[in-house]
Design a binder for this molecule. Structure first.
Ligand code: HEC
Length: 108
């Protein structure tokens, strides 16, 4: 019957579209895996004043294990700098600043 064949073709097309969607989801997940490494950025740019554990406090730096700032406040502070702290807005990308700010939240 013709209508049965049409249905099969329709289902087949549906399957292809579904596969196409899941493939693009996979590549999005792969992009997510390439997010900047907050720890690596911290070790490179922040350790000089804050130390590996965030407690060093050199050049008047605050102890990062004691800070009560939210993620958004940290991102803004790292971007703009404060007093003796370097503004990183020109040095790091938005994604890198977010990643390193999130990393500072792991200090307790
Ligand atoms: C040149 C030294 C220096 C470097 C490098 C530096 N900081 Fe700081 N940081 C400071 C100083 C000084 C303060 C205190 C600012 C103030 O409030 O007077 C501070 C404060 C902070 C605070 C806020 C703490 C609080 O409770 O107010 C955060 C978060 C922070 N730094 C994160 C970072 C991150 C992340 C990096 C690396 C991307 C970094 N810092 C690099 C000196 C530095």
């Amino acid at each position: 019957m013709l209508s049965d064949k049409l249905l099969v073709v329709f289902l087949f097309l549906l399957l292809i579209t579904a596969c196409g969607n899941s493939a693009s989801q996979h590549s999005a997940a792969a992009l997510g895996a390439a997010e900047p490494d907050g720890m690596a950025i911290f070790r490179k740019y922040c350790i000089a004043c804050h130390g590996a554990d965030g407690k060093l406090g050199l050049n008047g730096a605050k102890d990062l294990t004691q800070t009560t700032l939210t993620l958004e406040e940290r991102i803004s502070l790292v971007t703009k700098g404060k007093n003796m702290m370097t503004p990183f807005g020109e040095i790091l990308t938005q994604e890198e600043i977010r990643a390193v700010a999130a990393y500072t939240q792991t200090f307790k």
